[in-house]
Design a protein around this ligand. Structure first.
Ligand code: FAD
Ligand code: SF4
Length: 527
């Protein structure tokens, strides 16, 4: 007879007492299994803030499990019997605990799913994998949506989601249902820059002073992962459900009203602006997207936040977040290998230190390393855009994004990086590569004013590397992009360049790739 009926496997991004894995849990028969293992922090060179985020949240969740009376077998980093990887640890604990079966909520990552399946198979144990209720849409529903479509587009998926889950919909008084406000999309009202006056008094971010549990984790990470990138002095992320709920309520009360309007804006030295900073709490399952979407919708109903902001915010969660998960699970495992533009350049070493003299990149990298956070436009149109136009190998870009952000989990990071940002999937995620000159960054931020480069110049000593690389990118991929109707206008402009101009652009791009441009000696620290 097995000593245990079920061993409930809980991963570091499954921290919810109500998760499907606990359905039917019987404290007399079942026990929970969790493990901290080095492999999860080293398979990519994880930043210190990211490692602390996961470990601190896991240790707090362990306390919540025990307070709820659930027997827990928890292995810590540094325990003498720690086997170093999820698979090896689980295998050793199965031999010790002799459960009758394994139960878990579907893991977010392909790699982890394979590891757990492998252990269950090798141990000859049934593995009961349950639907993850932290998403509106299951993988099978997404696959049904995708089936038979020539191309996938987020907008169609999002509209279906709104209808199916009745979010921001009105009617049916006989005419059917329609979107609240009569339109699906308020892009025209969103996406402003701050202008010369700057963001003004943005409400302070809700931050959480590390308690004894988190402080212990910080000390552990500072020594065990001393060589890893990033800093921990200002770690203040929510690591419990109660803290995550406080963050959510503060966002809805203070920032949501201006979220849409300034969604794409950037301001030097201010990482937080009007964003929610809820991605890590959502991805670790400290929050359920349903409660976040419901809270935002209610803020519009009561007149607290305008529809354009609320729709813009809900689109990110009900639309993009669900869409990228569907892409990930319907495209893996081959997706991670894709490199449609045959990009082979190495990622500049200064991505890990921030030591660049490009003001926009320096700011985005400094806050990334300090807080493990950058907003979407910094990820897409600063760090991502530069890597794309430089021609960095998508796998290296992926490893960087998966390492540095506190919210980084592969199912959401990979499609955003490889697909949306690097166009390495050749158009599965988006219909065209997002490319732009430095003038885009100039429009959305004041960075260029304090930069040694000039976004209007594409060649010469002061040419903005983004601008040079934009033209170089168009020239390198001219033939492939000419057939894309959404790129044809941009590609046509290449024909207006003289041979001499083309050569000067190419020569400057070569210098940039060799690291002769863009590298700074000093690393600036962000507050
Ligand atoms: P807000 O701007 O306040 O948006 C609200 C929420 O919407 C976010 O918390 C997030 O849950 C969701 N969301 C917004 N945009 C996206 C998107 N494109 N895909 C999925 N969800 C979205 N997001 C992650 O959660 N983890 C990642 O590892 C990650 N890697 C990214 C890599 C690249 C190259 C790019 C371009 C984007 C990436 N994103 C990732 C998406 C997005 O940038 C972050 O979710 C967002 O910046 C997190 O900050 P926030 O919570 O303040 O978001
Ligand atoms: Fe960035 Fe170019 Fe502007 Fe400098 S000039 S801040 S490198 S976009």
């Amino acid at each position: 007879m097995p000593e245990l009926r079920s061993l409930i496997v809980v991963l570091g991004d499954q921290l919810d007492l109500e998760a499907s894995a606990f359905d039917g849990f019987d404290a007399d028969l079942d026990a929970v299994w969790m493990a901290e293992v080095d492999e999860e922090s080293t398979h990519v060179w994880s930043s210190k803030p990211r490692i602390v985020m996961f470990l601190a949240a896991m240790r707090h969740f362990a306390l919540a499990l025990r307070a709820a009376g659930r027997t827990l077998h928890y292995t810590r980093l540094g325990d003498p019997e720690n086997r170093g990887s999820l698979g090896a640890q689980l295998h050793a604990d199965i031999l010790r605990l002799r459960p009758g079966r394994l139960v878990m909520t579907a893991p977010g990552d392909w790699r982890v799913l394979q590891a757990i399946k492998g252990v269950a198979g090798a141990s000859n144990l049934p593995l009961d994998i349950r639907e993850d209720r932290h998403f509106f849409t299951g993988i099978r529903e997404f696959a049904a949506h995708a089936k038979g479509r020539k191309s996938l587009r987020m907008e169609y998926f999002y509209r279906e989601q709104r209808k199916r889950h009745h979010v921001l919909m009105q009617g049916d008084g006989g005419k059917g249902v329609e979107p609240v406000g009569g339109q699906w999309n308020f892009d025209a009202e969103n996406r402003e820059a701050f202008g010369a006056a700057g963001p003004g008094a943005v409400p302070p971010r809700v931050s959480f002073e590390p308690d004894a549990v988190t402080r212990e984790v910080i000390a552990l990470v500072d020594t065990r992962f001393a060589q890893h990138p990033g800093r921990l002095e200002s770690f203040a992320w929510p690591v419990t459900r109660a803290q995550a709920l406080r963050s959510m309520r503060a966002f809805i009360a203070d920032r949501l009203p201006l979220f849409g309007r300034y969604q794409d804006a950037m301001w030097p030295g201010d990482p937080w602006l009007h964003h929610s900073h809820l991605s890590a709490a959502l991805n670790l399952k400290l929050l359920n997207p349903r409660e976040v979407v419901a809270a935002a919708e209610a803020a519009n109903r009561t007149g607290h936040a305008p529809l354009a902001s609320v729709e813009g915010f809900i689109r990110q969660i009900l639309g993009w977040r669900e869409y990228v998960r569907g892409i990930y699970w319907t495209q893996m495992p081959g997706y991670a290998e894709r490199n449609a533009l045959d990009a082979q350049q190495d990622l500049p070493a200064w991505y890990w230190t921030g030591a660049t003299d490009m003001a926009c990149l320096r700011d985005a990298l400094a806050q990334t390393l300090t807080h493990g956070y950058a907003n979407h436009i910094q990820r897409l149109m600063v760090t991502g855009l530069y890597a794309l136009m430089l021609g960095v190998q998508p796998k290296q870009v992926h490893a960087w994004y998966l390492a540095v952000y506190v919210d980084a989990v592969e199912w959401v990071e990979l499609p955003n990086t490889l697909g949306m940002s690097q166009y390495a999937d050749g158009g599965v995620m988006g219909s065209k590569p997002y490319i732009a000159t430095g003038k885009y960054i100039q429009r959305m931020s004041p960075h260029c004013k304090s930069c040694r480069y000039d976004p209007a110049q594409r060649t010469g000593e002061n040419a903005c590397p983004f601008t040079t690389l934009y033209w170089d990118f168009l020239m390198r991929h001219e033939a492939a992009l000419a057939g894309n109707p959404r790129m044809s206008l941009q590609v046509k402009n290449v024909a207006r360049l003289s041979e001499e101009q083309k050569q000067a652009i190419q020569a400057r791009a070569v210098s940039i790739r060799r690291g002769e441009v863009g590298v700074a000696v000093e690393v600036e620290r962000d507050g």
